[in-house]
Design a protein around this ligand. Structure first.
Ligand SMILES: *Cc1c(COP(=O)(O)O)cnc(C)c1O
Length: 426
């Protein structure tokens, strides 16, 4: 802890809150963050040399585990040829071709540098293509930090108690309409109140920034039907679920078609990459083909593309990864459920594919209001005690546990055993 504390003291002098992204400051759990010095496979080491089993996995990108040789070697090779050219390269074509092969209903791709940028651009495209201004999002879903998405946002926007950020103009916020996840009536009502004004509905197909809450049967198809009826576009924000639930993401996993899909996290293999994609007809609204302007100095960066291409190619050729990580997550969830039962702890464990989240409430959680009933003090105590036992979890309730291909049976068993002893003390 000594080295982490020293570094954090220095960091707080020069970075707001000592960090470059709020959740890392551990404020939601009232602790001092561990500075991380390296990672390999399922493990990370902090600046004081402590080793942890890592379930943050850089918030999702490290689906194959840290420091995977395939990705590392692709990056090392790319670096030798230069870091950035600001000109087209072969790898951009290859990764787009691969994505189009892997993901249903995608004919064209535009690469950007983050999930935030992908969503921001996708919304501009939806507005440009429909000529409508309003957008529907769901309370507690997180779509990055662009102005119009920082209204009732999930993830770390919740932890600081500012789901509605300061600095978002009222004029911008008024075009973001708020529906309830897993509640189609709330969506239809907004369309009824705003006839022919809604450009799109944006949703996390699995809500993974309020803990983890899966879609009820029929919810996503219901969104598809409403959008078709109302002439609006459906955007799946697959920054977490993309290339994670299945090769083709949530569209494949749930069998529901989206008009625009946004990616981030896994797509960069640990490098800063995002993308938005859709049909040729829709994507040709984007400059230089069409009037929706969007550009990027470092977009399609050759080193980032090398990392992303290596990871996606591996996933494409190793579909067994998907069955393996889902089975691991299920084993983890079942183990934790049993631990909760045996210790009489009021804990719910939600799991969809390789995403897992505990909620400290006696009631099952299928909505944002359900997620908010979790006892945050208990989460903080659970987090600190798990960390002491060498398990590195998200330092906030409204996040997911990410299970990677590198987590072994022994890692999962150690995690369940740690959870059981922590549940006992809650
Ligand atoms: C992380 C996340 C984003 C934002 O991506 P950044 O790369 O952090 O900008 C957007 N949408 C979802 C669903 C996310 O989980």
């Amino acid at each position: 802890m000594e080295r982490s504390s020293e570094l954090f003291a220095r960091a707080k002098e020069v970075l707001p809150g000592g960090v470059n992204s709020p959740v890392r400051a551990y404020r939601a759990v009232g602790m001092t963050p561990r500075f991380i010095s390296r990672a390999d496979g399922a493990y990370i080491w902090d600046a004081d040399g402590r080793k942890y089993i890592d379930y943050v996995c850089s918030w999702g990108p490290m689906i194959l585990g840290h420091n995977h040789p395939i990705i590392r070697e692709a990056v090392q090779k790319a670096v030798m040829d230069g870091l950035s050219f600001g000109a087209p390269t072969q790898r951009e074509v290859e990764i787009a071709e691969l994505m189009i092969r892997m993901v249903p209903n995608v004919e064209m791709v535009r690469m950007v540098n983050s999930g935030t940028e992908a969503v921001m651009s996708a919304l501009r495209l939806a507005r440009g293509a429909t000529g409508r201004d309003k957008i529907i999002k769901f309370e507690g879903c997180y779509h990055g930090h662009s102005d119009c998405m920082l209204v009732k946002a999930g993830s770390s926007a919740m932890d600081g108690g500012c789901p509605d950020s300061a600095g978002v103009p009222a004029g911008t916020a008024k075009d973001t309409l708020m529906a309830q996840y897993n509640d189609l009536t709330s969506v239809q009502q907004l369309f009824d109140e705003n006839p022919k004004q809604v450009a799109c509905v944006i949703v996390e197909p699995v809500a993974a920034n309020m803990g983890v809450v899966g879609p009820n049967p029929g919810f996503l198809q219901g969104l598809r039907d409403i959008c078709d009826r109302e002439g609006a576009l459906l955007i799946f924000d697959e920054v977490i679920t993309g290339f994670r639930l299945a090769k083709g993401g949530a569209q494949e996993y749930f069998g529901v078609r989206a008009d625009i899909v946004t990616f981030g996290k896994i797509i960069g293999g640990g490098m800063p990459v995002g993308a938005y994609c859709g049909s040729r007809e829709l994507m040709e609204h984007v400059a230089p083909c069409g009037p929706v302007y969007q550009a990027g100095t470092l977009a399609g960066n050759p080193v980032a593309m090398a990392a992303g291409l290596a990871q996606l190619s591996y996933l494409d050729t190793h579909p067994e990864v998907y069955t393996a990580i889902a089975a691991s997550a299920e084993k983890l969830a079942q183990g934790m459920r049993q631990a909760a039962q045996e210790t009489h702890a009021p804990v719910q464990i939600n799991q969809v594919g390789s995403l897992v989240a505990p909620f400290f409430t006696p009631d099952s959680v299928q909505s944002f209001s359900g997620a908010k009933r979790s006892d945050l003090k208990k989460y903080a105590s659970y987090f600190g005690n798990m960390l002491d036992r060498g398990i590195y979890l998200a330092p906030a309730q409204f996040e997911a546990m990410f299970v990677s291909a590198a987590h072994t049976r022994a890692d999962l068993e150690q995690t369940v055993a740690a959870a059981k002893s922590v549940f006992e003390s809650l």
